[in-house]
Design a protein around this ligand. Structure first.
Ligand code: ATP
Length: 242
């Protein structure tokens, strides 16, 4: 059974349909890259999976159970953790205090402050620093670490490279690679196509709220994904939900 299945999901912002009937599934241990132009609906979809935004139609299934109406804080307890765009840290609190907030979901598991600091070594000397004083890369590592502290089954990462220098992005991704190798299931919104394709098993390209292309990251070319980005790609039968 798929860890997560999305069925005909529709999510609105007022009158605007930001997600228009999206369906896909992700298996345990897979990494799915969600790409698409600005405004394609990626963040809205991720927030609907996390329970931060209630869909108007469709279903979200976690391990086969319908969680569509479950609020976000309860989803964290069920193993769904979101690292939101812009990190949303408590800037007056230290790295360690922010990390410990991830524990409040009370899920059992191996993640601890020590393990997060081992995963993101750049945070070690900053453990007792207020997060408002950290660099962008350190803040991003703290935000990912806080999500990991809830021992998630499914980690949702929204544009983790946004605003970071290429060198720092490399560092964040090197740490993510470790998570991916250890079998964490990840859905990742990423603007950098090359990076998205290289770290993921599957890719979905969204266009105007719909799935324009879905496929294996090894099986699609950068050119195909770029075309889907701009609406020039024909959906391939069988790989894309109708
Ligand atoms: P980006 O890469 O720019 O973050 P995205 O693919 O994540 O884009 P969304 O942020 O999900 O796209 O936005 C999808 C659509 O919903 C866009 O048309 C956007 O303007 C609109 N939208 C997003 N958030 C809101 C909001 N809070 N209120 C109204 N409209 C919104």
């Amino acid at each position: 059974m798929s860890l997560l299945a999305i069925e005909n999901l529709v999510v609105r912002h007022g009158l605007l349909q930001a997600v228009r009937g999206v369906s896909f599934a992700i298996e345990r241990g897979e990494t799915l890259a969600l790409v698409g132009a600005n405004g394609a609906g990626k963040t809205t979809l991720l927030r609907a999976i996390a329970g931060a935004h209630q869909p108007t139609a469709g279903r979200v299934l976690l391990d086969g159970a319908d969680i569509t109406g479950v609020p976000s804080h309860k989803r964290v307890g069920m193993g769904v953790a979101l690292v939101p765009e812009g990190r949303k840290l408590f800037v007056q609190m230290t790295v360690e205090e922010n990390l410990l907030l991830g524990k409040t979901a009370g899920r059992p598991g191996d993640w601890s402050v020590e393990r997060v600091l081992d995963t993101f070594p750049n945070l070690k000397p900053r453990r007792h620093a207020k997060t408002g004083h950290l660099s962008g890369g350190e803040q991003q590592a703290t935000a990912i670490g806080r999500a990991l502290m809830s021992n998630p089954e499914l980690l949702l990462l929204d544009e983790v490279s946004l605003g970071l220098s290429p060198l720092v992005v490399d560092r964040v991704y090197a740490s993510l690679q470790g998570l991916i190798s250890s079998g964490t299931t990840i859905i990742l919104v990423e603007q950098d196509l090359n990076r998205a394709l290289s770290v993921s098993d599957k890719v979905i390209c969204m266009l105007e709220g719909r799935v324009a292309l879905e496929g294996s990251s090894k099986g699609v070319s950068r050119d195909e994904v770029t075309k889907a980005y701009f609406g020039l790609h024909r959906k391939s039968a069988g790989s894309v939900p109708a």
